[in-house]
Design a binder for this molecule. Sequence first.
Ligand code: RFL
Ligand code: PHB
Length: 395
Amino acid sequence: MTADLRTQVVIIGAGPAGMLLSHLLAADGVESIVLETRSQDYVASRIRAGILEQSTVDLLRSCGLGERLEREGDRHRGIYLQWPHERHHIDFVDLTGRSVWVYGQTEVQKDLIDARTAAGQQIHYEVAETNLHDIESVHPAVTFTDVDGRRRTVRADVVAGCDGSFGPSRDQVPQHASHRWERVYPYSWFGILADVAPSTDELIYAWHGDGFALHSMRSATVSRFYLQVPNGTESKDWSDERIWEALATRLGHGQDGWELTTAPITDKTVLPMRSFVQTPMRHGRLFLAGDAAHIVPPTGAKGLNLAVADVALLAPALVDLVHKDDDRLADSYSDTALRRVWRCTHFSWWMTTMLHHGQDPFDEQLQLSQLRWVTASKAGATGLAENYAGLPIGF
Ligand code: RFL
Ligand code: PHB
């Protein structure tokens, strides 16, 4: 196969994992080419996660991506956990000395695009038919059709599969060499964006007999909400009135004087929930990072943070491999990354099953008991705080 492009690392996917990887590699003098199926506008504007944990913020600051985050990000000490007639604050700073930031994935993505574009990063948007070749050799290749319809081949030393949950990379690992772990949940999240000042200073996670609700935010003038809905729900089944009514009930409008302010809704999306891990996260010269290797339900706010943590481990491993032919970090990448992946997989599953309403009255009593313990016991609260604010990279 004749290649018309040559680089050290070909990165499939221009989401946060792929873009941050190209940024960290460039800082250490490793050249990469990024391939992305979507347009730059689409990638920069899709609405996704909202919370950055401490180690994500530390990493973004340390690699020169913290400037706007410092200015516009909102540091939170903790979260509220509630169930009918009870609301409790869990203070991460008091419990662990760590905090979280409200700074949307959309903003992180924009900062990454700006930094990489300014640095002259080669990014091919709107590519099609991305295929991986020779990943078991030391010179793998990726073929794709570019935006002008030309068939291209890029040869590299390494392929980084940062192509999310629907990309082609993870399927390239032969079945006999990998294992997939999966849990599907019997409910979805209905995500709502509204042009309204948040009715709370920090996020509220609410257990309710009608189903879970979350009050999050994006800025002083934009709020983000989620409602637990049955799988198969369609946005069109939910009028704005129905949404505000459900949010008011589940979040406790009127209790102890707390009020939910309503306003025009600007976006409605239904998100299915699942836990998924593919092991190992490497096959030959293909390395998987972010959603390409694992998916968590959003209840623990871990998806984006895990993608960043993977890349923080992968970048130095690839630098050593490409520059020094030293494969020690590359060989340990999957095992090291998976320790954090499984911790976050457990935490996300635990938050999800503690807060979402099901059919079984016995489960309901267990959930309420767990919520009382987590909010009343320092040990319980510290466990939640440590996991939510995030364990150090390399944990
Ligand atoms: P991404 O962000 O999905 O980026 C992968 C990129 O790869 C591209 N791609 C390809 N490129 C080239 N060739 C191909 N054949 C390709 N196939 C795919 C895709 O277009 C995309 O640009 O994965 P990454 O970088 O690993 O980052 C992970 C995070 O984006 C993800 O964990 C979170 O956004 C998950 N997530 C949420 N996490 C939270 O913590 N809180 C949330 O509220 C939350 N909301 C969400 C989410 C994920 C969503 N998706 C994936 C459906 C809401 C949504 C809608
Ligand atoms: C969000 O703001 O989108 C968000 C916040 C916390 C979560 C999930 C999503 O657990």
